[in-house]
Design a protein around this ligand. Structure first.
Ligand SMILES: *Cc1c(COP(=O)(O)O)cnc(C)c1O
Length: 412
């Protein structure tokens, strides 16, 4: 479909999701793990982009859902996920959120800390059937990714550290509460990971811990989750994580370590987010003002920026872009793509070589499907952009553009 037509019909900034890519990514991860470790549960980490149409599509591809808040739980149920297909994560689930999850009857709660064990033991006191929980463990794996998206290092707000003995105390605490059924262990070591050995290390740590807990506390686990985090390509020439091969690596690690420790094979759950929706989304902007500061740099501004995609500002994330409305002519020159918001740090692309651009040109940024609209704000009272899904020559709106009236709706 011509991006010029889509821009004319839906306006910019616009987030465009390609259904075939989404289904293809979902099938690739699902089928790779089905081959490598039959029975693997594939679960979409909804926080990458929570949208009803996308959730329904992934559900139809056989996915379960990870949520990290009461809002995401609500949206997951609203999209039609059965409560049993939903897993609840987060490092500070509130009493009301846990109560909401228990009332809905969701499948699993991944317990993150001692406060949560106390809340759950209180909330489950009157229940007949125990709630299934996994413990989020911190295996202290130093993954090579941006420090703000590494979550399995020793200094992390997430999970029970194994090395300090806190994880073991959590096992004992969960076992002491009849309302909690400890099904297994979970680790999510970070995002945008490109080395499958990080998962092997995490699985080593989790299963060594599982063996120790069996020996010392008589706990045998039924489930294991090494999380998500598979890296995607953002720039030309980057290689995405080879999930098809990684599934084999992860499956062999689980089998080998279980054999080594004489543990029964657990059911495996994997939780991809970015690798499903990231490559399926393209952000489309309209170019406006330009300013060249001689000897410094040339700024070209677009009609979006940090309010719809804060990743460059937050993590120094890098993106590629192409002129979308014409074949650029003239020599490419380095420019900086700036957003329109009132922060000097609102830069979408610090350095890119493009042919000369003019006001009104369209700029397309690929790999914008994950953690962009998901983190969008109304800073400067920007109405959050529309999102559409395209398939087979047809487009449909999956999220309406916010209006100015929406921006003052909650003011009193
Ligand atoms: C965010 C998250 C994921 C998904 O991470 P991606 O990098 O988007 O694949 C999986 N599991 C948990 C617990 C998460 O918090």
């Amino acid at each position: 479909m011509a991006l010029t037509d889509l821009a004319a019909e839906y306006g910019t900034p616009l987030y465009i999701y390609d259904e075939a890519t989404l289904r293809g990514r979902a099938a690739l991860v699902r089928d790779a793990f089905a081959r490598a470790y039959p029975g693997t549960h594939v679960v979409y980490a909804g926080k990458a982009f929570m949208n009803t149409a996308i959730l329904q599509l992934l559900r139809s591809e056989g996915y379960g859902l990870d949520v990290v808040s009461g809002g995401e739980l609500y949206a997951g149920l609203h999209a039609g996920f059965a409560p049993a297909e939903i897993t609840f994560h987060g490092n500070n689930k509130g009493r009301a959120e846990l109560d909401q999850a228990l009332t809905a009857g969701i499948g699993r709660i991944v317990v993150d800390n001692a406060h949560e064990i106390a809340l759950l033991s209180e909330l489950t006191r009157e229940r007949e059937t125990p709630v299934t929980v996994l413990l989020r463990l911190n295996p202290s794996i130093d993954v090579h990714t941006h420090e703000k998206i590494a979550t399995g290092v020793a200094d992390s707000k997430f999970g029970f550290p194994i090395a300090t003995g806190q994880a073991e105390r959590a096992v004992a605490a969960v076992r002491a509460h009849p309302g909690l059924d400890l099904a297994g262990y979970h680790a999510h070591i970070g995002s945008q990971i490109f080395d499958s050995r990080s998962y092997v290390e995490a699985i080593d740590e989790l299963l060594a811990f599982a063996a120790a807990m069996r020996d010392r506390h008589g706990v045998t686990i039924r489930e294991l989750s090494p999380g998500g985090g598979y890296g995607i390509a953002y720039l030309p020439g980057e290689e995405p994580a080879n999930v098809a091969a990684w599934a084999g690596t992860i499956a062999s690690a689980v089998r080998e370590r279980c054999a080594w420790w004489d543990l029964p094979l657990p059911a495996l759950t994997v939780e991809p987010g970015r690798s499903i929706v990231g490559p399926a989304g393209v952000a489309l902007y309209t170019i406006g003002a330009a300013k060249t500061i001689p000897g410094v740099r040339a700024y070209v501004s677009v009609d979006g920026g940090m309010a719809d995609n804060i990743r460059p500002t937050l993590y120094g994330a890098q993106y590629h872009a192409e002129i979308a409305n014409r074949c650029g002519s003239g020599a490419s020159a380095p420019i900086t793509i700036a957003g329109k918001y009132c922060e000097s740090g609102d830069i979408l692309i610090d350095h890119i070589e493009l042919p000369p651009v003019e006001p009104g040109d369209l700029l397309a940024m690929p790999a914008a499907g994950a953690y962009c609209l998901a983190m969008a704000s109304n800073y400067n009272l920007a109405p959050r952009p529309a999102a559409i899904m395209v398939n087979d020559g047809a487009a449909r709106l999956i999220r309406a553009r916010e209006s100015f009236a929406d921006l003052v709706r909650f003011d009193r």
